[in-house]
Design a protein around this ligand. Structure first.
Ligand code: HEC
Length: 183
């Protein structure tokens, strides 16, 4: 009987030793996520390098052109650089109805719901705004207003801003649905 107990103890010890050895060899505890892997972690230096590797060119998506123009440079642009397709105008319309409608209203007449709360109205179809350059309207979206209109740079990319400009021109009646300039 004592011998049997003794054997059981021995077996238990052997099992524990076996598990520890197997654990070491097989890398236990097994990783339950994808975090620990042979990839280079952020801020980690690859072996043999003295400073972090630069990203290969064009591997990180950035919306901004490498050379940003100033607000004044944009204001001087008279012609929308984005090709005015039906798709571009529809996209501009969606964006306008999301971001500009609250203040400028669906038709751009300056009668959006926020205006009723006391904001002062700006009619984008007025002769004054019609006479602005495409780049002036663009810069209002990307740089914000000269008085109090907020900037939409974080939410509206450069191309999207040009699409909105095209749609504003359509609201002003100076462009038809297909992007052909009217009068
Ligand atoms: C929170 C209210 C608000 C929103 C939203 C808003 N605007 Fe404005 N916008 C204004 C106000 C107020 C002005 C008057 C000038 C200023 O504040 O600088 C203005 C002026 C403008 C002007 C200048 C008109 C001129 O001739 O000087 C343009 C162009 C314009 N907005 C376009 C847009 C477009 C396009 C959007 C959507 C991306 C938009 N705005 C969203 C409030 C707003």
């Amino acid at each position: 009987m004592r011998n049997l107990m003794h054997n059981k103890c021995l077996i238990a010890v052997l099992v524990v030793v076996f598990l520890v050895v197997v654990g070491k060899v097989s890398g236990l505890p097994w990783s339950t996520d994808m975090f620990r892997q042979p990839a280079i972690q952020p801020y980690q230096m690859p072996r043999g390098y003295k400073q972090p590797l630069a990203f290969p060119p064009n591997s990180v998506s950035i919306d901004e052109p490498t050379e940003l123009l100033t607000r004044r440079d944009y204001e001087a642009i008279t012609q929308n650089p984005v090709s005015i397709t039906t798709h571009a105008i529809e996209s501009g319309q969606d964006l306008f109805n999301t971001f500009c409608f609250p203040c400028h209203g669906k038709q751009g007449r300056g009668d959006g719901p926020v205006i009723k709360k006391g904001f002062y109205p700006v009619d984008l179809t007025s002769p004054g705004v019609k006479a602005r350059t495409d780049g002036y309207i663009y810069s209002y979206i990307r740089y914000g207003g000269l008085v109090m209109m907020p900037t939409y740079r974080e939410f509206i990319s450069s191309d999207e801003a040009w699409e909105i400009v095209a749609y504003v021109r359509k609201l002003q009646g100076s462009m038809d649905n297909t992007g052909n300039k009217g009068q």
